[in-house]
Design a protein around this ligand. Structure first.
Ligand code: ZN
Length: 281
């Protein structure tokens, strides 16, 4: 079973958890760690012999084009994570379309290759954005991996399908939701992020294995370059809850990822999407 491995390429100061504490105008002046951290991710993947998808902010691609080119040249897919991490439900359809264009051209300029995949910042395609998939289809995207079918304090569309689906009747656009595990009629986030970093590795292994073996479906897993960086600057002024979520177990993350890369089979998201698409009506 091939599972979709992905990295959401953004720096430590661009995360949703700090959006009320860190002004976007200050981003350029902050200590940038995304280049060294993404290099470290490339090394991890290289050692494990896996390929993945790097959902990259246009903001990052515009500032570090050589890094993004290197990612593509290593055989990974480079896809879009929007321009500057503005959540889709904060935009109008026209603003979303502009955000997609701006990010895509920065990424395509860096790699020289077309972008066909998109992941919304903080899985922000949900019931508030019924137009989002249509905008993506019009822009020529083949797939989106932007829906989290869970109840969560920051995001979620609990009623959405848990596995690959076609959100539009008149388009082949595929939505590949992030992995959840279903227990007692409820969906729980199990596709990475805080779930993977904060809880014991065995819990993730169990959840992803259950999706693979019991449901016979690929897992869709994600993490961020800053999650393997215990030396990143600390935001003492952020809310306690955000700090706990952001800083816990950073020093253990790389070793945990090594286990994950070894215990499951991984590939680029576009490959997994193509396989799933062939099974859809
Ligand atoms: Zn993100």
């Amino acid at each position: 079973m091939l599972n979709a491995l992905s990295v959401d390429v953004e720096d430590w100061f661009q995360v949703g958890a700090f959006e009320t504490t860190i002004d976007k105008a200050s981003w350029d002046g902050r200590l940038h760690r995304v280049e060294r951290n993404t290099e470290a991710v490339l090394t991890l993947f290289g050692e494990a012999g896996v390929r993945a998808t790097f959902f990259t902010l246009g903001w990052v691609a515009a500032r570090y084009p050589a890094l993004i080119r290197k990612v593509a040249e290593a055989g990974h897919e480079v896809a879009s994570h929007g321009w500057d991490h503005l959540r889709v439900f904060r935009m109008t359809p026209a603003e979303f379309s502009d955000d997609l264009k701006r990010a895509r051209s920065a990424i395509e300029d860096a790699t020289g290759k077309g972008v066909t995949g998109y992941r919304a910042p903080s899985f922000s395609i949900d019931l508030r954005t019924p137009w989002a998939h249509e905008v993506l289809a019009e822009a020529g995207y083949a797939y989106s991996s932007s829906v989290a079918p869970v109840v969560h304090d920051h995001y979620g569309w609990p009623e959405a399908p848990r596995f690959a689906f076609k959100p539009l009747a008149d388009s082949d656009l595929i939505e590949l939701p992030v992995t959840t595990v279903r227990i007692g009629g409820r969906n729980f986030a199990a596709g990475g992020g805080g779930f993977f970093r904060l809880f014991p590795y065995e819990l993730s292994r169990w959840a992803l294995g259950r999706v693979n073996h019991r449901e016979r479906r690929p897992a869709v897993f994600y993490f961020h370059p800053w999650e393997i960086d215990p030396d990143q600057p600390r935001m003492a002024e952020a809310p306690l809850r955000s700090r706990l979520r952001h800083y816990t177990n950073l020093e253990r993350m790389a070793a945990k990822l090594q286990k994950l890369l070894r215990d499951f089979q991984w590939d680029r998201t576009d490959k997994v999407v193509a396989e799933q698409a062939a099974r859809l009506p």
